[in-house]
Write a protein that binds this ligand. Structure first.
Ligand code: NAG
Ligand code: NAG
Ligand code: NAG
Ligand code: NAG
Length: 352
């Protein structure tokens, strides 16, 4: 009987390990932040890298700084983007040991996969432009004609290189594994691609003026990526409208299709998930829900952080907090500013 239980536990563990292996690399911050990434044995610092990721690491050691940076930025950005939601992405800090909210093919994991893929390519593209990588540099001059009032110049983020190396790294654990469910692999690859698509959409033309005393008679422009916060906001709205899917045979291959009676293929722009999420109102370890007790809420908004939505109708407690601010600032000739410190009492609300 014990043996049977053990087997079930092991089986569950392996399933979970497979389902989230695609974002396993986010755990690289645990051991990887403090090394120089100048020796190939550093690649072993993160247990459970896929074979292709290991090979990529050994051949492109200098890339690993960008990957560590990307893992940090993914965690930070996810939590910032979801600070006003019941599920607030705090569990991402557990990487690479994910809880069910991120390991079971939920809407939340769809967001994190897409965000991680986008941030990774973003970091690499930026590192190329700032000269941190020997294998790449500024993007080639854009093929399109420059406008009438500027010429191409400066140093553009190398988006093509970022997308290329980024997808090689983030898709490797899912692409080349034969184990696990095909539906999960298709879902992860799809969401990674949606993340990179959002990144490609976040390209803008940035310019710099030259000429006598900033007259801007000469302008040079380049293609640069918008901040990752912009991409995260875009992905969050796709998270809110994500589609629950299932997979079915189409000829000899399998394909993701919406679960509802909605006969159409999955769109390239939508995030997809396989498993419905709990409402995250109450704590439940089985679903990876932390509940919203003691979370701050906002009494004057009607958004997702409003007290009624955040607290799921349980009500809230009020408390007073003193905040210290700089005030009555004066400018002194020349050149400094002095301020007083003012104390103010504000009302705060936390969910029951
Ligand atoms: C690797 O980098 C660390 C710090 O960045 C340095 O102390 C060490 O000497 C380097 N090792 C090699 C083999 O280059
Ligand atoms: C960090 O390194 C230790 C020691 O090598 C290892 O036991 C542990 O699994 C590593 N942690 C991660 C997240 O890879
Ligand atoms: C996120 O939610 C958890 C669980 O409710 C809470 O413990 C944590 O403080 C929250 N984090 C932030 C930044 O609000
Ligand atoms: C609450 O929401 C209102 C309206 O969105 C906003 O102006 C205010 O700063 C928020 N208060 C807190 C404490 O976040």
């Amino acid at each position: 009987k014990m043996n049977f239980l053990n087997n079930i536990l092991l089986f569950t563990f392996l399933l979970n390990a497979h389902y989230c292996s695609g974002i396993y690399w986010l755990g690289i911050t645990v051991n990887g932040s403090s090394v120089g990434w100048n020796q190939t044995h550093h690649c072993k610092l993160l247990e459970g890298l896929a074979p292709d990721q290991l090979q990529l690491c050994r051949r492109n050691l200098e890339l690993m700084h960008s990957i560590v940076q990307a893992a940090k930025l993914t965690k930070l950005t996810c939590q910032k983007t979801f600070t006003d939601m019941r599920w607030n992405c705090s569990s991402i800090e557990k990487a690479p040991r994910f809880t069910p909210d991120l390991s079971k093919g939920t809407r939340e994991s769809a967001f994190v996969f897409a965000l991680a893929a986008a941030v990774l390519s973003h970091s690499i593209a930026r590192s190329c432009a700032s000269g941190d990588l020997p294998s790449c540099s500024c993007a080639p001059t854009p093929a399109e004609k420059p406008g009438p009032d500027f010429r191409w110049g400066g140093c553009g983020d190398n988006i093509a290189y970022g997308l290329n190396m980024g997808s090689a790294f983030s898709d490797a654990p899912v692409k080349n594994s034969r184990s696990g469910s095909q539906a999960f692999r298709l879902m992860h690859l799809h969401n990674n691609a949606v993340g990179r698509q959002c990144l490609s959409d976040a390209v803008e033309t940035k310019c710099k003026c030259h000429g006598v005393s900033g007259s801007c008679s000469i302008k040079t422009c380049w293609k640069g990526l918008q901040d990752i916060g912009h991409v995260a906001t875009d992905l969050k709205s796709r998270y809110l409208t994500a589609t629950k899917v299932t997979h079915r045979h189409v000829g000899t291959t399998r394909q993701l299709v919406p679960r509802e009676l909605d006969v159409r293929p999955v769109r390239d722009t939508e995030l997809v998930y396989l498993v419905s999420s709990p409402d995250y109102c109450t704590a439940n370890e089985k679903f990876g829900s932390l509940g919203t007790q003691d979370r701050h809420c906002n009494k004057t908004t009607s958004g997702s952080d409003s007290c009624s939505l955040m607290c799921c109708g349980r009500g809230y407690n009020r408390y007073m907090e003193k905040v210290v601010e700089r005030c009555q600032c004066k400018y002194h000739w020349c050149c400094y500013v002095t301020c007083k410190k003012c104390e103010r009492t504000v009302e705060r609300y936390v969910c029951k």
